[in-house]
Ligand binder design. Structure first.
Ligand code: AMP
Ligand code: MG
Length: 347
């Protein structure tokens, strides 16, 4: 779903829910493992198009991919990884032209991409209005991280799918990054729909991340592409990130924060509050028209995660200032939802 669709829907004041995204079917109880040949790649592209999760080899480590434009599919990445928070994910693209649709990348960034792509270099740049990478994949940031992987299976999958896919490294959060399909299976069997087995990944080390969102190119993460190669190409040194960026890229001040005041774990609405509901808890007692949306009327956490960022933006677009948020269980991906809501509530 395009990012600006929230604004288009913002005049629907009596809406009782915010189903911005379709919920993909849960079809990953059984994980298929296919060789990364033409047939396997075609099957993987189908899984991605249906909102499923595909583990695929890159030249760095295995990635856990989902359609970058589909928040419900991206929510399943966070759920599968057991991430404690919504860290921004790298969107994988075929080439520089595809990257230019996603990011307003400055000339220096494009020069690096032209030189080092496909390869283990991730570029962070402001999102472009034409971009399709959803808010959840960017963790609400106004920047997007892009990389064109060199592995032939990853390139074939990008060509077959035809859109960017968001993919963090493929391990459970806190485990080491996987370099074989067996590592992936050990960590994520039953949580990913399909594993494309392309053998051992060559680099075994994550991509180097360079940000072009500040006044000078900044090395956010050292990785498989040496800093010296990038600096030689740029003709300049890469700056060190600020301490906030090192601690948690994307989760601090630069993170999208709603202007509205959020009161979390609310069991009912105060007189001047609007409600952000979950599982119909607030709706039952709320006056008509005062529920902004229900993140998931059925109480489904993946659906709630998929709707969260769009709902927060919607609240601002509608100019609401006081929001009561229904309690959300602190289990599974609920932990990340609550983490995000707590950050949004801090003033
Ligand atoms: P991984 O999930 O291991 O592939 O790591 C992805 C890295 O990219 C993490 O360190 C993210 O924080 C970083 N990243 C992704 N998107 C952005 C962004 N928009 N701004 C800054 N860092 C980002
Ligand atoms: Mg990782």
């Amino acid at each position: 779903m395009p990012r600006n669709s929230v604004a288009k829907q913002a005049n629907v004041h009596d809406r009782q829910d915010c189903h911005f995204s379709a919920i993909p079917e849960r079809f990953n109880a059984v994980t298929r493992i296919l060789k990364a040949d033409a047939q396997g790649v075609a099957a993987a592209a189908e899984v991605l198009a249906a909102g499923g999760l595909v583990a695929f080899p890159t030249e760095t480590v295995y990635g856990l991919g989902a359609d970058a434009s589909n928040p419900a599919a991206v929510a399943r990445i966070y759920a599968a990884k057991g991430r404690p928070a919504f860290n921004p994910l790298i969107a994988h693209v075929s080439n520089v032209a595809a990257a230019q649709r996603e990011a307003a990348a400055p000339a220096k960034a494009l020069a690096l991409a032209a030189h080092f792509w496909p390869g283990p270099l991730t570029l962070v740049a402001p999102v472009a209005p034409t971009g399709c990478v959803c808010d959840l994949a960017r963790a609400g940031l106004s920047s997007v991280a892009l990389r064109a992987p060199a592995h032939p299976a990853a390139q074939a999958l990008l060509a077959a799918f035809g859109r960017p896919f968001a993919a963090p490294s493929d391990n459970r959060s806190g485990h080491v990054s996987p370099v074989t399909a067996q590592h992936v299976a050990a960590d994520l069997s039953g949580k990913v729909d399909l594993i494309l087995d392309g053998g051992r990944t060559p680099a075994g080390l994550e991509s180097t991340i360079v940000s072009f969102t500040g006044s000078e190119p900044t090395l956010l993460r050292p990785g498989a592409l040496p800093r010296a190669d990038i600096e030689a190409m740029l003709g300049a040194h890469l700056a060190a990130p600020t301490s906030a960026a090192i601690v948690a890229p994307g989760m601090t001040a630069a993170h999208y924060a709603p202007a509205a005041y959020l009161r979390i774990d609310a069991e009912s609405l105060a007189q001047d509050e609007y409600g952000l509901d979950f599982g119909g808890q607030l709706s039952a007692h709320a006056p008509a028209g005062r529920i902004v949306c229900d993140l998931s009327p059925a109480g489904d956490m993946i659906e709630a995660a998929a709707n969260l960022f769009a709902a927060l933006r919607d609240i601002d677009v509608r100019g609401l200032t006081k929001i009561a948020v229904a309690p959300i269980p602190d289990e599974g991906i609920g932990e990340a939802i609550n983490d995000r809501l707590q950050r949004a509530a801090v003033r």
